[in-house]
Design a protein around this ligand. Structure first.
Ligand SMILES: Nc1ncnc2c1ncn2[C@@H]1O[C@H](COP(=O)(O)OP(=O)(O)OP(=O)(O)O)[C@@H](O)[C@H]1O
Ligand SMILES: [Mg+2]
Length: 453
């Protein structure tokens, strides 16, 4: 793409020599000898670089700079000043000029400064474009559904996004859209230009999770060779999404509670308090009340998090949304896989409506992805729909599995879960027992019973 340079300079010779240099590089150059014409040109065109003289016949370069900022926040301007007006150069930088060069100048210096400035304009525009893209990706219209319970939710999330409310708690079974809602809340709030940081509390050990969240000082522990900022610091001004907060170790729960109450924290190994402005969105698909009873979750933290509770209903309670979501996903996958499917047989809906959807929207999405792949022709048929076979770790509302319509062999299920727990933990019995919420003895007893020991 051609680089477009605007030169505003009343000295003819300087104008001419700058033009020569830039044109020699293949840039498209426009020049003016006064501010009025330059401003008119700025109204009508987009430039990548602006070379501004400070002293113009009808105004100063600073006046132009101000208007530039109003029109295009990303374009970079370089102020050209006589050495004596160095103070105005400082003013110019304050007003957002990228740099200044003093006259008389060396052309190589000018070109070098211009190169850096052009790179900056390019990066700023890329960042803006990416941001626009993400914002579009997580616009409120990304959430499909018109069931009354969903409409209520939209009102709540709009209020939350607009308000300063700093803590939100998203509850709902697996696949109901907690992740999606967290992002929509962030990208539709005035925090959107600042970071959205997300972490799953299940995945890490207590000490690793602590240093991920709060950072650490150099030398805090053996591997801490440098000081590292945690997610709370990195998310300053933005949002941190704590997924599966129900699995956060108790020790860290105390630290999170302290942050929520005082908005300050210490890095691991740190001695002073840091404070940041971060919205915390926590999510859990676990039954927190039960975790509190069992002593694995602090009730005071639950109350703190619960300032704005948002409960995402299971798909089976969303009535006709199933139809809307089905149409949405079928259209999406047909497009993605270049399949001609555009109609959906009524029997398909009947079959889908008769299923309890333990894995909620995620499961529906997976089922339809596969259905579209299997489909032949322009109509999705009931034989394309395969239910209940997909590998989901989904739980019913009460925390248990949904009993399949044909029933299930409990011993087989137990056997399979025990084997999976062992496989996932590399046969570490203590960890495997933990995954199944059993004591190690109870776990070994079952291993023996199933002949696995
Ligand atoms: N109302 C909705 N409209 C459109 N897509 C949705 C909706 N709800 C969920 N989805 C999609 O379904 C999938 C699962 O949603 P998401 O990951 O947000 O669930 P979750 O509640 O975080 O699940 P988990 O508890 O397992 O982490 C995602 O692809 C998400 O974009
Ligand atoms: Mg999730």
């Amino acid at each position: 793409m051609t680089v477009r340079v605007l030169i505003v300079e009343d000295e003819k010779l300087i104008r001419w020599s700058l033009r020569q240099k830039f044109e020699a590089r293949g840039y498209h150059v426009t020049d003016f000898e006064n501010g009025t014409e330059a401003l008119a040109a700025l109204d009508a065109n987009v430039y990548d670089l602006i070379m501004l003289d400070y002293k113009l016949p009808d105004m100063t370069g600073l006046d132009i700079l101000r208007s530039v900022r109003e029109r295009d926040a990303d374009v970079v301007a370089i102020m050209m000043t006589a050495f004596s007006s160095i103070e105005s150069a400082v003013d110019a930088i304050k007003l957002g000029a990228y740099d200044y060069i003093t006259k008389p100048f060396d052309m190589d210096d000018v070109l070098h400064t211009a190169d850096k400035a052009l790179e900056t304009t390019k990066l700023r525009r890329e960042v803006r474009e990416l941001r626009r893209h993400i914002q579009h990706e997580y616009g409120t219209d990304r959430i499909i559904g018109t069931a009354p319970c969903m409409i209520e939710l939209y009102e709540v999330i709009n209020q939350v996004a607009e308000s300063g409310a700093s803590t939100v708690f998203l509850r709902g079974d697996s696949g109901t859209g907690k992740d999606l809602f967290a992002r929509v809340i962030h990208y539709n709030s005035d925090r959107a230009p600042r970071p959205f940081m997300n972490i799953t509390c299940t995945a890490l050990s207590e000490s690793l999770l602590e240093s991920e969240l709060f950072g650490h000082e150099k030398g805090a522990f053996t591997d801490a060779r440098t000081t590292k900022k945690g997610l709370f610091e990195l998310a300053d001004g933005g949002t941190i999404f704590l997924d599966e907060v129900g699995d956060m170790p108790l020790g860290l729960q105390a630290k999170l509670l302290r942050f929520l109450e005082e908005r300050t924290f210490r890095r691991v190994g740190g001695t002073h308090e840091l404070s940041v402005d971060v919205r915390v969105i926590a999510a859990s698909n676990r039954n927190i009340e039960k975790a509190i009873e069992e002593g694995s979750f602090r009730s005071d933290l639950m109350f703190r998090l619960n300032v704005i509770p948002i409960y995402l209903p299971p798909l089976r309670d969303r009535g006709d949304d199933l139809r809307l979501l089905t149409q949405h996903f079928v259209a999406q996958f047909a497009h993605e896989f270049r399949k001609p499917v555009s109609q959906i047989d009524d029997e398909v809906y009947e079959k889908l409506l008769g299923y309890p959807w333990p894995g909620n929207v995620r499961e529906l999405r997976n089922v339809l992805e596969r259905a579209v792949l299997l489909s032949k022709g322009t109509e999705l048929e009931v034989s394309d729909i395969v239910l209940g076979k997909l590998d989901h770790q989904d739980h019913a509302e009460d925390g248990g599995f949904v009993l399949p319509p044909k029933g299930i062999d409990l011993r087989d299920l137990e056997n399979s879960l025990i084997r999976q727990a062992l496989a996932r933990t590399n046969s570490n019995q203590t960890q495997a027992a933990k995954l199944l919420h059993l004591s190690r003895d109870a776990f070994r007893y079952r291993l023996e019973k199933l002949g696995l020991l």
